[in-house]
Design a binder for this molecule. Structure first.
Ligand code: SF4
Length: 62
C-alpha cells in the first residue's frame, strides 16, 4: 500500500505524524510528507487511522 498527501489540502494540523510517525512527517514550514513507500505492513492500521482522521481528507491510501 502507498500513501500520498495532497499538499493543497494539508493544513499542517500535525495529526498524521502524531498517529503514524513511521510514515508521515511534518517538516518545519512545509506540508506533511510521506517517508515510507510502500507503507510497512506494521503501519497499515496506523496509516489508515491517520487517513481517516485527517481533517481535510488530504491523505490517500492506494
Ligand atoms: S492530518 Fe492531514 S492536515 Fe493534518 S498534517 Fe496530516 S495531511 Fe496535513
Amino acid at each position: 500500500m502507498h500513501a500520498t498527501v495532497n499538499r493543497q489540502a494539508c493544513i499542517r494540523c500535525g495529526l498524521c505524524p502524531s498517529l503514524c510517525p513511521e510514515v508521515f512527517i511534518l517538516p518545519e514550514g512545509e506540508t506533511a510528507q510521506v517517508i515510507a513507500d510502500p507503507v510497512p505492513g506494521r503501519c497499515l492500521v496506523a496509516a489508515q487511522g491517520a487517513a481517516d482522521s485527517c481533517p481535510t481528507a488530504a491523505i490517500s491510501l492506494h
